[in-house]
Write a protein that binds this ligand. Structure first.
Ligand SMILES: CCCCC/C=C\CCCC/C=C/C(=O)SCCNC(=O)CCNC(=O)[C@H](O)C(C)(C)COP(=O)(O)OP(=O)(O)OC[C@H]1O[C@@H](n2cnc3c(N)ncnc32)[C@H](O)[C@@H]1OP(=O)(O)O
Length: 303
């Protein structure tokens, strides 16, 4: 059973996990070889595949960091680079952010980056996460999350940082900021991002209880904007994109900035303190033990 969810998510067998990786790898290579739509060439890095369509000005950005798209330092760095590259291309106005791994959008922060490392590593890791959030949250591009799998904690933050969220309808595809279930605390900017999406009261309840929402609940509380049958998530995201791109860029971009700047500035003005906070929190023996126990349980659940 999946540990965090507190939901009845069947554990996948080693065989199934192996097949998932193989299929994902095959799919990725085939698509990369085929190029993006309208003859535009796919580009990307090891963990982020970008399929640009110059005709529509929309690029599909796919996460591929097996087995669960955890936000490792490498993935964070590659995401920032890909995002920056698209922002600098005048042709592009929108991004669909999705996963290239079946059944997982992102498992959130990479617990192996947060366990048994030294303070300098924790600081570097946190800075990279801040960097991605600041860029994604404030990008002038329209970003729509096509959530085709589970997205706990940092995975949920990624989705909440987009402009619009479409979730595939599968009870295993849980989404939420569940940090308290691990004995850790969602940082203030995670909390602010959720408040800006679903409001203060709903966020307080979700954060204190570490709620992971199934699709219907996620839609009801407003964590996602749309729930569609599996297999239709990318199409629905593209349809939504049409509506967002029908708005004149300058008006939409200024409005986005007006809505989000104060939240981003709050982190910008205390970025270093936030890093130190994270490092000292993570360096506590009790926190390290809790994370190690949790990681071990995740690893053993297949056994
Ligand atoms: C007051 C001051 C506060 C200051 C700040 C202080 C604190 C910091 C807060 C930081 C905020 C944290 C945010 C986070 O994102 S923490 C990470 C939370 N995410 C999770 O807990 C997800 C855990 N994973 C799962 O629940 C499941 O893996 C799943 C995503 C539902 C997928 O399930 P399934 O397909 O069954 O895969 P497995 O569980 O079998 O996992 C496959 C392998 O992947 C490893 N794994 C899973 N999640 C992670 C992860 N997040 N990081 C690293 N590795 C992960 C798992 O161990 C398996 O590994 P194995 O193949 O070696 O056994």
């Amino acid at each position: 059973m999946a540990l965090l969810a507190g939901l009845r998510v069947p554990a996948r067998s080693l065989l199934r996990a192996g097949a998932r990786l193989r299929d994902a790898a095959l799919g990725r290579w085939e698509r990369a070889a085929g190029g993006g739509g309208d003859g535009a060439r796919s580009f990307g890095s090891q963990r982020v595949l970008v399929e640009p369509d110059a005709a529509t000005g929309v690029a599909v950005m796919k996460l591929w960091n097996p087995p669960v798209n955890s936000l490792s330092l490498d993935l964070l760095t590659e995401l920032v680079i890909s995002l920056e590259k698209l922002e600098n291309e005048k042709t592009f106005r929108g991004i669909i952010l999705t996963s290239d791994l079946p059944g997982i959008f992102s498992a959130g922060l990479d617990l192996t980056e947060m366990c048994g490392r030294n303070p300098a590593h924790y600081a570097e890791y946190w800075k990279a996460l801040q960097e991605l959030w600041l860029r994604l949250y404030q990008t002038h591009l329209v970003v729509i999350a096509a959530i085709n799998g589970a997205s706990p904690a940092g995975g949920c933050l990624l989705a909440l940082s987009c402009d619009y969220r479409v979730l595939a309808d599968n009870p295993k595809f849980i989404i939420g900021l569940n940090e308290t279930l691990l004995g850790i605390v969602a940082p203030f900017w995670f909390k602010d991002t959720m408040i800006n999406t679903i409001g203060h009261r709903a966020t307080e309840r979700a954060l204190q209880l570490g709620l992971l929402f199934r699709p219907a609940e996620a839609l009801q509380v407003g964590v996602v904007d749309q729930v569609v049958p599996e297999g239709q998530v990318q199409g629905a995201a593209l349809s939504a994109m049409t509506q967002w791109l029908a708005i004149p860029d300058h008006a939409r971009q200024l409005t986005k900035s007006m809505m989000r700047k104060a939240t981003a500035d709050r982190l910008l003005t205390q970025r270093e303190a936030d890093i130190q906070n994270f490092v000292s929190f993570l360096s506590r023996d009790s926190i390290q033990k809790a994370l190690q126990v949790y990681l071990e349980k995740l690893r053993q659940k297949k056994g």
